[in-house]
Design a protein around this ligand. Structure first.
Ligand SMILES: [Zn+2]
Length: 111
């Protein structure tokens, strides 16, 4: 039996790790873990809910990546440690514009 690996996954900007400065990473529960680069482990543990959070490093410094809800609706997932604005801080119209572009690309692919 493989042991349970991780409770959560989060995306971290590669640029934040390269910068070598500590940065806060937010858990889904609202707990904050301070990441101290150079980061050697593949996961951190939330001090509040004790979730094991696996960090997936995204190259560069994107503010978000495009993910999808279980029903396939595209959504913006924050990339932690990025100097770009959190997708939650974009205005509704900015967010909609990004998601509309994504939706177009998905539909174009389906044809
Ligand atoms: Zn937590």
């Amino acid at each position: 039996m493989p042991k349970k690996q991780f409770d959560l996954y989060t995306f971290v900007a590669g640029a934040a790790l390269e910068a070598g400065k500590p940065f806060p990473m937010e858990c889904n529960c609202g707990g904050v873990v301070t990441i101290m680069p150079p980061f050697q482990d593949e996961y951190v543990v939330c001090p509040r809910c004790e979730s094991k959070i696996r960090m997936l490093v995204i190259e560069g410094d994107p503010g978000y990546i495009i993910g999808a809800d279980p029903d396939g609706t595209p959504r913006l997932l924050p990339v932690q440690g990025s100097s770009k604005p959190h997708p939650g801080k974009l205005s509704a119209s900015e967010r909609e514009a990004i998601l509309a572009r994504v939706q177009e690309q998905i539909e174009a692919k389906d044809k």
